[in-house]
Design a protein around this ligand. Structure first.
Ligand code: COA
Length: 186
């Protein structure tokens, strides 16, 4: 795996995937404070704008440290972040990473996240990109939209880890899904 020096901007038919900026905080807050978006997330909905500002700062620092990527999704129609995709838990030795994603609610059901994830996965597996061999996802087994999206992309359901997360006092299992480079159909 080769970690890039400059943030890798990606483009799709309808989206631009770019680094998050400080002035994205308000748009990010609108996404991550929405209880519907956060229903199956690993932490409760945001309550203050400062949490979104911290998200941008953390993402910027994590890229600079060579730890992870978090792309902001911008549609061609408006220069406002409508969601994010990330690659984290990068493991260079074993050529793998974990993938995560969220989209604002009004943009659901238009195939936008599938389009964005195709670009991210392509970059992750490409020998001129990250050159990874495996991408994995850890999701709430009840998150049907997310599981369906990953299956569409070729991910396999690999296992169930019991009582792995506790968010706001509720404990949930993890469905682990994985995609290998040799299975990827761009
Ligand atoms: C998961 C999420 C990113 C999907 O984004 P999206 O752009 O709406 O996804 P797509 O339009 O590509 O649809 C994905 C598939 O899920 C299906 N789907 C959408 N909502 C669904 C629901 N509530 N129940 C079951 N299937 C659903 C779609 O029909 C589509 O399947 P298809 O390709 O067979 O038609 C979005 O719902 C979201 O941001 N959820 C909240 C955050 C989250 O849970 N992130 C994942 C954490 S693991």
């Amino acid at each position: 795996m080769r970690f890039p020096e400059t943030f890798p901007e990606l483009g799709t038919e309808r989206l631009r995937l770019q680094a998050l900026r400080a002035d994205d905080a308000e748009a990010l807050f609108a996404i991550f404070a929405d209880p519907e978006v956060m229903r199956y997330w690993s932490r409760p909905p945001m309550r203050e704008l400062a949490e979104a500002e911290a998200l941008v700062a953390d993402a910027t620092a994590a890229f600079a440290a060579g730890d992870s990527f978090r792309w902001g999704l911008r549609s061609d129609a408006e220069d406002r972040v409508i969601g994010t995709c990330s690659l984290f838990h990068l493991d260079a030795q074993n050529g793998r990473a974990e993938i995560g994603y969220a989209l604002r609610r009004p943009s659901w059901g238009q195939g936008l996240m599938q389009e964005a994830l195709r670009a991210v996965i392509g970059y992750a597996f490409d020998a001129r990109g990250l050159d990874l061999g495996r991408i994995e996802a850890d999701l709430d087994p009840h998150n049907q939209a997310s599981a369906r999206l990953l299956e569409r992309l070729g991910f396999a359901r690999e296992g169930l880890l019991r009582e792995r997360w506790t968010v706001a006092g509720v404990t949930t299992d993890s469905l682990i899904m994985g995609l290998l480079r040799r299975e990827w159909r761009p």
